[in-house]
Design a protein around this ligand. Structure first.
Ligand code: GRF
Length: 202
């Protein structure tokens, strides 16, 4: 299986996946890292791992459909087909229906909350403002919705009284890295699949 990783910034989840591929925990080929921003720090890290990189900037395309088509074209150029895996890792774009249907069941995302709670932006801030006692992270299969809970794995963390958006984010981030690696292993090794709109474990 070949893996394409889509990022927009820091790329710490991408790094966790590339590291796990390098040390043999994830048995897959790192095909390409595609960033929606030319200045994403993750691009430098991907190069350090010797992984091909591409930049596809939304502002160069007139709308989501043509942007998505270019991203898919770059994935295909690097051999990431609909039977492979696309990992969204801090990718600040919503994937459109054409992309989702082409790669259905083969697109993963990480979200910093226990979905279905707190979907969308600033999930950690939402959890603090709601007075939640627990939060965490979720790795899920992407469908046409935003952060739909087609859950592969979740990890919980307690929220302390003094936690802020920043401290909670710092607590959740290392859990994201571990959870994403385990979820990619689940999918690469065929233990978890997405079929007919449902997550199936075998
Ligand atoms: C992570 O918190 C992820 O859950 C969210 O965006 C952040 C990306 O961080 N979707 P990084 O680029 O992987 O370091």
């Amino acid at each position: 299986m070949r893996i394409g990783i889509l990022i927009s910034g820091r790329g710490s989840n991408m790094t966790a996946i590339l590291q796990a591929i390098k040390n043999g925990r994830i048995r897959a080929e790192p095909a390409v890292v595609i960033s929606s921003r030319a200045d994403a720090k993750g691009l430098d890290t991907a190069k350090e791992f010797g992984v091909s990189t591409e930049v596809v900037k939304p502002e160069d395309y007139d709308g989501r459909e043509s942007f998505d088509r270019e991203v898919m074209a770059r994935l295909i150029r690097h051999g990431v087909t609909a039977d492979d895996l696309v990992c969204l890792a801090g990718f600040m774009r919503i994937i459109g229906p054409e992309f989702v249907s082409r790669y259905r069941g083969h697109i993963l995302n990480i979200h910093p909350s226990l979905l279905p709670e707190f979907p969308g932006l600033h999930a950690q801030r939402q959890a603090i403002e709601a007075g939640a006692k627990k939060s965490g992270c979720t790795v899920h299969f992407v469908d046409e919705g935003v952060d739909t809970p087609n859950i592969i794995r979740q990890t919980e963390v307690d929220i302390a009284g003094g936690d802020t958006e920043e401290t909670l984010s710092e607590k959740i981030l290392p859990l994201e890295h571990d959870t994403y690696v385990l979820a990619v292993q689940d999918v690469v090794e065929g233990r978890v699949i997405y079929e007919n709109g449902r997550v199936i474990r075998r």
